[in-house]
Ligand binder design. Structure first.
Ligand code: HEM
Length: 541
């Protein structure tokens, strides 16, 4: 006799009565979500506490405005600002995110005290599994400030001087050997080839960063497995991994395995260097090994390893997407490409396509190159949203936004606050022809661009623990952030992007044969959607 016949059948009548009929189940499945949507909409129509910033209307509880924000955050913020002003709250997958726009919004979020506005509470779920233990957002803010100082002091002028030549060599080597540049390699033909923008600049960026910042051993291993580890780690650097800390998916497992292997790889380099009586290499890693925390403690090997991974990740997407956007604009504007080329000829030309080597000091004397990069970062800062977690209720300054003349908004503890320099950098209230890529705006010393840059560079100086920096939080132009979390890679990034662009412009003519690509907001850093740049080797006879 079967299991069903003995146990289930005698009870089947009762079970059938106790269970809802399939028809009821069907209605429940349809109606419960509808009810949730209706109650959620109704709740939003009820009078609200007037001290709370206005809430962006959304239909689906929990999901909130995630689809609109994820698709195009700048368009979403612009629309919300038209309706609610500079400060409003939206729901992002269950989180309450209060946005503060404009230069005063930048100041409110980036200039806040870290006891009230914490970056680590927002970023740690994404970065801790990638960087590893005891660094960056896995440590109290004072320790992060010390770690930033350690990196900053290892990026000396002497190193920058050496890096320019190394980057140029890597770029030239890439043109001479990578199959993408076959047409370049066939010296005597005069045809146009093309390359995939993001893929090419991601590769060039990791090669140039590993040759310079990361050190010899990492560069030597780039072709022998390190690139695979990096790729697995990188696939864990997505909005999904940020929003959901741990899911039973392959990408999470690969991320964790790659982190462990990479950490061990850096630590083995440190051990080998010590075993061989100290390395001759004067690179960031060896400089970190010489540093001491304020309490006299040296950095442990795993901390050095994890800081190196953090630097690799922090610099990779930001610099590669910035180079990609720059080259796309240059390819779209032959007159600017020509101005860049002529600038190279003027400063370095030795006739017949021969150029003397670039030096760090030279980069500061190339106004066209400088303006081209600044203007690209204005339109395409890689980080569109800078966020902090609110630890205790925070009043909004009335000069930023207020419900009425005699009351203020208060952002409750537990909210996330968000600033978007990406929006203030294209705000028509500040910038003439705000959406137009126009490097010339940076030549006008009395123009909005120069004023924004001065506000950023020359404002009150503060030492948050990693050396004196200008506070700069109220500038409308903040591609490198501001305040205590300000980027420490700015100078290196300018050097890296500038040298790559100059090395390419010296050797290639460029052309864009397609509509200018849209930004892809589905990645962690905004990069151009799939696109091709056409190139032809420059001939000098
Ligand atoms: C912080 C942008 C390149 C290392 C930041 C922040 C921004 C930024 C906006 C502030 C984030 C926040 O306030 O939450 C950029 C751009 C780059 C670039 C646009 C290139 C074009 C680099 C490079 C490195 C680097 C090459 C490493 C050498 C860092 C570090 C922080 C930082 C360590 C500090 C994080 C903190 O204090 O919380 N960057 N970055 N960045 N960046 Fe960069």
């Amino acid at each position: 006799m079967s299991f069903n016949a003995t146990l289930i059948e005698p009870w089947s009548g009762y079970i059938a009565q106790a269970l809802p009929s399939p028809r009821y189940l069907f209605y429940a499945l349809i109606n419960i979500p509808l009810l949730a949507v209706a109650l959620n909409a109704l709740y939003q129509l009820l009078p609200r506490d007037r001290s709370l910033p206005p809430l962006v209307f959304h239909w689906i509880p929990f999901v909130g405005s995630a689809p609109a924000y994820g698709k195009d955050p700048i368009a979403f913020f612009t629309k919300c600002r038209e309706k609610h002003g500079n400060v409003f709250t939206f729901i992002l997958l269950g989180r309450r995110v209060t946005v503060a726009l404009g230069p005063k919004g930048n100041d409110f979020v980036l200039g806040g005290k870290h006891t009230v506005l914490a970056a680590e509470d927002v970023y740690a779920p994404l970065t801790n599994p990638i960087f590893g233990k005891d660094v960056v957002y896995d440590v109290p803010n004072e320790i992060l400030m010390e770690q930033k100082k350690f990196v900053k002091v290892s990026l000396t002028l002497d190193k920058f001087r050496a890096y320019v030549g190394m980057i140029e060599e890597e770029v030239h080597g890439f043109l001479k050997t990578d199959p993408t540049f076959l047409i370049y390699q066939m010296n005597d033909i005069n045809e146009w080839g093309s390359f995939d923008t993001m893929k090419t600049f991601a590769e060039m960026t990791i090669l140039t960063a590993s040759r310079t910042l990361q050190g010899k051993e990492i560069r030597d291993n780039m072709d022998k497995g390190f690139a695979h580890l990096y790729s697995d780690l990188d696939h864990g650097f997505t909005p999904l991994h940020w929003m959901f800390e741990d899911l039973p998916l392959e990408s999470y497992r690969k991320r964790d395995a790659a982190q462990a292997k990479m950490s061990e790889f850096y630590q083995s380099i440190l051990r080998n260097r010590r075993a061989s009586g100290g390395s001759d290499e004067d690179d960031v890693m060896s400089s970190l090994a010489r540093q001491r925390y304020r309490d006299g403690r040296a950095l442990r090997d795993h901390e050095i390893a994890h800081i190196m991974i953090a630097l690799l990740m922090a610099g990779q997407h930001t610099s590669s997407s910035s180079t990609a956007w720059t080259m796309l604009h240059v390819a779209e504007h032959p007159e600017i490409a020509e101005a860049l080329y002529q600038e190279q000829v003027e400063h370095f030309g030795q006739g017949e396509g021969q150029f003397r080597a670039m030096e760090y000091e030279d980069l500061k004397k190339l106004p066209v190159l400088d303006a081209v990069i600044r203007e690209t970062l204005r339109l395409h800062p890689p980080i569109h949203s800078i966020m902090r977690k609110v630890k205790s209720a925070l009043p909004v300054p009335p000069s930023l936004a207020a419900p009425s003349e005699d009351s203020v908004y208060v952002v409750p503890a537990g909210h996330t606050v968000l600033a978007s320099p990406a929006l203030s950098q294209v705000d028509p209230l500040t910038w003439k022809d705000a959406e137009k890529w126009d490097p010339a705006r940076w030549y006008d010393q009395d123009g909005a661009a120069a004023m924004a840059q001065r506000e950023y560079d020359e404002g009150t100086k503060v030492d948050f623990g990693f050396g004196l920096v200008s506070k700069g939080t109220e500038s409308p132009y903040l591609p490198f952030g501001a305040g205590r979390h300000r980027c420490i890679g700015e100078q290196f990034a300018f050097l890296q992007v500038g040298t790559v662009v100059a090395s390419l412009v010296r050797r290639l003519e460029l052309r864009l044969d397609q509509p200018f690509p849209e930004p892809d907001y589905t990645c962690m850093m905004v990069q151009p959607k799939k696109s091709q740049i056409h190139y032809r080797r420059r001939h000098f006879d």
